[in-house]
Design a protein. Structure first.
Length: 109
């Protein structure tokens, strides 16, 4: 069973969570793709495997094919996207940084 991070707050292993998100984004970068909707609601935890997963690739696409609109969860959207400059690899990194800030606040000790 997979749980959305926001609902269950499974954050006993912060390093594993960060590593999983970074691995997923690095795979996207290797494919020259951008997720465009990274936020904590798209971070899933599997109780079965103990693994973290990035989900919701609906807006994901090639970096060289810009979208005509802004999509995603507003607090996680990079300022340059809101200002009309489009999604880039850097905007995915911005979203990860917002996730990390949220995860740090929810760590279970």
């Amino acid at each position: 069973m997979l749980f959305v991070f926001q609902e269950k707050h499974y954050c006993n292993n912060y390093f594993a969570l960060i590593t999983s998100e970074e691995v997923a984004v690095s795979r996207l970068l290797q494919e020259r793709s951008i997720h465009r909707d990274l936020h904590s609601g798209n971070i899933l935890y599997s109780e079965y495997s103990g693994e973290w997963y990035v989900s919701d690739f609906g807006f994901c696409g090639p970096a060289d094919k810009p979208l005509g609109s802004i999509y995603g969860n507003l607090p996680y959207i990079a300022p340059e996207v809101i200002n009309g400059k489009g999604y880039t690899f850097a905007s995915d990194i911005y979203s990860i940084e917002d996730d990390l800030d949220e995860f740090e606040d929810l760590i279970i000790t």
